[in-house]
Design a protein around this ligand. Structure first.
Ligand code: HMG
Ligand code: MG
Length: 315
């Protein structure tokens, strides 16, 4: 008797939107080289190459304290220098009204606010409680509504926290629901320290989707424990069709010790191509873009797919 391959989940989406977070989440955590941050010109080149590869949503920088996150100090210059592609959304991460106003001043197309499902992480990351952070976001959302600017919401530590350990799915669902009720159009669920597995991620997604429509959820996996792709596959099976990823697996989080990069965009697109799910991304151009930024940073891409293609090219 021949062995049949296992059936794929029935609910796989036909199309997925990739939210490219490399220029923000990726670069924010890259070490300074000889005390210097990556130049604005290199960030601009990265963002323009991503757009040229067909990436339609690029989180291009953040407007946070440059003392806390020096790599993001040039975000205003980046936003004013990029040649915009009208098919692309250039978004900015904003922690408070001051950051929001700075993002608006340079014509960010959308902004993202970020809360956590863990009190300790909220304190370390943005120096306030979860409830205080939600209060800080209210004027941002109110102003963005007036200007017709969409606001995306992040919830960090959706499976585990570097300070508190396991996080209950109910707590995540509560914070996600609050952000939705405030006016965020999409909630990105961040496994900031990459500890989730399909079991814990599925429990969390089930709890959240009881309160937030699946169509308004995105997943954001850091690959610290090498579980990101399998978690993405689980999320796709639950109907999630928006995936955050970072070119060349850049990233981490300055306030989550040991958190490695986001799942690499190259790895995600390879997986989606294999599943017959379209992204609108030109895979070859994506690989080139990953090699470009890796060269600039003087390190290999943190992507098995990218490394495999690079080795083929060099042989
Ligand atoms: P604070 O200490 O609560 O606020 O910081 P403050 O008003 O007392 O200001 C402190 C200093 O920051 C002052 O400067 C302000 O001027 C300045 P100083 O007097 O010390 O020279 N400041 C600002 N500067 C520039 N832009 C601003 C701004 N606001 C205040 N918008 C604050 C509050 C949130 C600003 C600070 O804690 C901060 O910048 N934290 C960094 C947060 C961050 O970028 N974290 C990483 C991104 S989140 C993430 O990666 C997770 C995510 O990817 C999802 C996931 O993976 O789970 C989204
Ligand atoms: Mg992140």
């Amino acid at each position: 008797m021949s062995i049949q391959p296992p059936a794929l989940p029935q609910q796989l989406p036909k199309q997925v939107k990739i939210v490219e977070v490399g220029p923000r989440d990726g670069l924010q955590n890259e070490a300074l080289i000889n005390g210097k941050a990556i130049s604005a010109a290199d960030k601009v080149a990265l963002i323009e190459q991503l757009a040229d590869a067909g990436v339609s949503y690029i989180e291009s920088g953040s407007f946070v304290s440059p003392k806390w996150v020096p790599q993001m100090a040039t975000s205003a210059e980046v936003f004013t220098t990029i040649k915009r592609n009208e098919k692309v959304t250039y978004a900015a991460l904003t922690p408070n009204m001051r950051g929001y106003e700075a993002a608006i001043a340079v014509n960010a197309d959308e902004v993202a606010i970020f809360a956590a499902a863990s009190e300790s992480f909220s304190q370390k990351n943005i120096n306030c409680s979860i409830a205080e952070s939600i209060e800080r976001f209210a004027p941002i959302i109110a102003d963005a509504k007036k200007r017709n600017i969409k606001v995306r919401g992040y919830v960090s530590c959706v499976v585990g926290c570097p300070y508190e350990g396991d996080i209950s799915p109910e707590q995540v669902a509560m914070v996600a629901e609050k952000l939705l009720a405030m006016g965020c159009y999409e909630i990105s669920l961040g496994d900031t320290i990459g500890v989730g597995t399909p079991a814990s991620v599925t429990k969390m997604l089930q709890a959240v989707s009881a309160r937030v429509p699946t169509a308004q959820l995105a997943v954001h996996f850091h690959d610290t424990y090498g579980q990101a792709l399998t978690n993405i596959y689980a999320a796709l099976g639950l109907g999630i069709s928006v995936i955050d990823s970072a070119i060349a697996g850049l990233g981490g989080c300055p306030y989550a010790k040991g958190a490695s990069g986001n799942v690499a965009t190259e790895d995600v697109v390879y997986l989606l191509n294999g599943l017959g799910i379209s992204t609108g991304i030109d895979f070859d151009k994506l690989l080139q873009t990953g090699w470009f930024i890796s060269n600039k940073l003087g390190k290999p891409p943190i992507s098995k797919v990218s490394s495999a293609y690079l080795a083929q090219q060099q042989s």
